[in-house]
Design a protein around this ligand. Structure first.
Ligand code: G3P
Length: 216
């Protein structure tokens, strides 16, 4: 499973990269706004820092404008993936960008049939938002499971990128379903390595060793 970091914050990206766990980064307009400053400078720095795909999202809502923005976004680096919203205009842009060999990530996906459309049009990634579905009382991961089945039934190469992740159980379920990628907020990635029994076990090993040294 590939781990992407869902952020536009350079400190978070640096830290996860140092852990060796960073396979890529996803951003969106909200995350870019949260990072502040000049978004063009920020995007260029992210693309330079990350040895892997970086999703940068279009703001336009017409396909002509999306394609214009996509041409600009890919100039930030060879690793740019153009993020497009799951709307009719986004699909038209997707069709065009696929023909031009530009990597794409179709975002704001909430149902398996939306994902099917993105796969048919050759999207590189499709991003189901599991946390936002869970919050409405629908199972985000059940939707991802259905996407996996459909993509496998037809041999679609589109990668399932699980997004809107809220907790480590989403990571577990992604692995069990066999979705290709998960994009994690910094706080969730740091939660993954934590277990109270690890902490108490280490404390007890160190205490026993110290007692043994003092016996000598
Ligand atoms: O980047 C897309 C997605 O992960 C957003 O998640 O937390 O805003 O639902 P969230």
């Amino acid at each position: 499973m590939q781990f992407f970091l869902d952020t536009a914050n350079l400190d978070e990206i640096r830290e996860v990269k140092e852990l060796g766990l960073l396979d890529g980064v996803t951003t969106n307009p909200t995350l870019m706004a949260r990072a502040g400053g000049d978004w063009r400078e920020q995007a260029a720095l992210i693309c330079e820092m990350v040895d892997g795909p970086v999703s940068l999202e279009v703001i336009a809502t017409t396909h002509e404008e999306m394609i214009k923005e996509a041409k600009d976004l890919v100039s930030f680096g060879d690793n740019v993936v153009v993020k497009l919203p799951m709307i009719a205009e986004g699909l038209k842009a997707l069709n065009e960008l696929t023909k031009r060999g530009i990597k794409t990530n179709v975002t704001l996906v909430f149902s398996p049939v939306q994902a099917l459309l993105a796969a048919k049009l050759g999207a590189t990634y499709v991003s189901p938002f599991v946390g936002r579905l869970d919050a409405l009382g629908q199972s985000g991961m059940e939707s991802v499971d259905q996407m996996r089945t459909m993509f496998d039934n037809y041999g679609y190469a589109t990668k399932i990128l699980v997004a809107s992740v809220r907790h480590p159980v989403h990571v577990l379920e992604t692995g069990l379903i066999g979705a290709d990628v998960i994009t994690l907020p910094y706080s969730t990635i740091m939660q993954l390595m934590k277990h109270p029994l690890t902490d108490s076990g280490l404390a007890s090993f160190l205490a026993d060793w110290e007692a043994f040294q003092n016996e000598k």
